[in-house]
Design a protein around this ligand. Structure first.
Ligand code: ZN
Length: 174
């Protein structure tokens, strides 16, 4: 088990586009395992590779574990490599947060339902259809792979205020 550190804005890795995985090397498998550990430790319900500073198209998610009662906690992570959204339907506005944008929430418009396709950790095609929270998490994580964060979904005013707050708290920590 290896928990990696999660990068936060304004780390440049969060605004760069991640590259497709061409070979399922041992490094990629290790990265996916570490991302899973990191997500559970945070705790979070999803994580993209950019968030641990790796620019490859790997996402992990588990929408149940973090919210489950202690007695019902069971880790069932989904690892999706090179995810591509095939189909979307409907739209929903909901508030989101992000481990890489601490202390920030914003209402984000997402498709209500998505169908996404990629490969799993063994290299087998994996197609997932989901709605509600799982659809939202998938879209949020794919945003990260495109170099987008929640700040890109907020108004310029809110974004600038957040950047100022981050700068100020960094100065305060010196
Ligand atoms: Zn995020």
């Amino acid at each position: 088990m290896a928990v990696r550190s999660i990068v936060t804005v304004p780390d440049p890795k969060l605004s760069e586009r991640a590259n497709a995985v061409i070979d399922l090397t041992e490094d990629i498998c290790q990265l996916a395992a570490d991302m899973t550990d990191t997500m559970y430790k945070a705790p979070g319900i999803g994580l993209a590779a950019n968030q641990v500073g790796e620019l490859v198209r790997v996402i992990v998610f588990d929408i149940h574990y973090a919210y489950a009662e202690p007695k019902d906690k069971k880790k069932v992570p989904t690892v999706l490599i090179n995810p591509v959204i095939l189909f979307t339907e409907g739209e929903e506005f909901k508030e989101e947060g992000c481990l890489s944008v601490p202390n920030f929430n914003v209402d984000v418009k997402r498709a209500a339902r998505v169908q996404v396709e990629g490969i799993d950790i063994k290299g087998k095609p994996l197609k997932i259809e989901g709605e509600g929270l799982v659809a939202r998490v998938i879209q949020h994580e794919i945003d990260h792979l495109e170099g987008k964060t929640l700040l890109d979904h907020s108004s310029a005013l809110k974004r600038n205020l957040y950047h100022r707050r981050v700068k100020k708290s960094r100065r305060g920590n010196r």
